[in-house]
Design a protein around this ligand. Structure first.
Ligand SMILES: [Zn+2]
Ligand SMILES: [Zn+2]
Length: 340
């Protein structure tokens, strides 16, 4: 089968590799869509600690089941499915306390196990979710939306909250819509790109501001005492640093965007102390696939307009470049059935 191989950081090519052989508890999925995400960028650049090379990347996978192992009973050939990429050991202390995203032996499809930028991919039965009501393009958003749901649960917003969201890329726009269903009464969004801000406005943002010096005064006008929650969806340490002062006293700051592995930022402990601030991280997916599927199937979160690039496997590197540049690009999805 054809697959994208990242042989080492900075080197990717489409190659012919053996198809996966179905394990007794395994499910083989013919990939229909697989989203390119910021994590793939980090994996390609060599600054994502969990990655192991060579690897077939791709962890935002939707497709159709073509084969199941002899122990598999809940999934059948022909089912349209999405794959939870995190494979937990189920035995360690974290797995036994419902914190499987911190599994001590975490294997991740598309990071250190063969992923979805390929014609076929294998996952254990327990990582498969049937999504009858979603198109393949919609279903490939279940994984990133699951990460967003985990982040929003970590935030535990109270009804009536004012929220500041930095970054209106694909994740920011999923976050925006999830927040609106989770207690946020007013949401201000900042981004560099006006087309993203326009989409944010259509998807329910109350104030949309171009990031930069002028945004500062405008944000103070929107929320003179600051925001109950401030969320970074850029992963840029300088942006995160600049966001902390916008949290109201007693507010929360959620670091959701993935920063480079060794990046550092400065925080004044005294500010956390004196202002009762809470800083939160949010790693991957934590039993949130079902909620993400409900949000999409119910139309509470829409992905209309989010896919700007529908490319073949050959489009991996150009898709990363387009997504990074940002202008005119939101979600890039690869489709192994497309020639280029
Ligand atoms: Zn991702
Ligand atoms: Zn474990």
């Amino acid at each position: 089968m054809r697959a994208v191989i990242v042989s080492k950081p900075g080197t990717a090519s489409v190659e012919s590799v053996p198809e996966p052989i179905c394990a007794p508890d395994g499910v083989i999925v013919r990939v229909e869509r697989c989203g390119v995400c910021g994590t793939d960028q980090h994996l390609f650049e060599g600054d994502y600690g969990l990655a192991r090379y060579p690897v077939i990347p791709g962890h935002e996978i939707s497709g159709a089941v073509v084969e199941v192992g002899r122990e598999v009973s809940s999934v059948h050939p022909g089912d349209h499915v999405v794959i939870e990429p995190n494979i937990h050991c189920e035995h360690c202390s974290y797995c036994r306390t419902q914190r499987g995203n911190h599994c001590l032996d975490l294997r991740v499809i598309g990071i250190n196990q063969p992923g979805g930028f390929a014609e076929y991919v294998q996952a254990p039965e327990r990582n498969i979710y049937v999504v009858a009501g979603l198109s393949a393009a919609q279903a490939a958003f279940v994984e990133p939306l699951s990460c967003v749901v985990h982040g929003v649960r970590r935030l535990a917003l109270q009804p009536g909250s004012r929220v500041l969201l930095a970054g209106a890329g694909p994740i920011g726009l999923l976050m925006l819509q999830t927040l609106r269903r989770s207690g946020a009464a007013a949401i201000a969004v900042t981004d560099l790109h006006t087309f993203r801000l326009e989409l944010a406005r259509r998807l329910g943002a109350d104030a949309c501001l171009q990031a930069g010096a002028a945004a500062s005064a405008a944000l103070r006008e929107v929320a003179p005492l600051g925001f109950d929650a401030v969320i970074d969806c850029t992963g840029i340490p300088q942006v995160v640093e600049s966001l902390v002062p916008y949290a109201a006293n007693g507010g929360k700051v959620l670091l959701f965007g993935v920063a480079p592995e060794h990046a550092q930022m400065t925080i004044r402990p005294y500010e956390l102390f004196q202002r009762d601030l809470t800083i939160l991280g949010s790693f991957a997916v934590a039993y949130t696939f079902d909620a993400a599927i409900v949000l999409l199937e119910a139309g509470a979160v829409t992905v209309d307009g989010l896919v700007t690039h529908h490319l073949g496997l050959d489009g991996f590197v150009s898709g990363l470049t387009a997504a990074r540049a940002g202008e005119g690009a939101l979600k890039v999805q690869l489709d192994p059935a497309l020639a280029t």
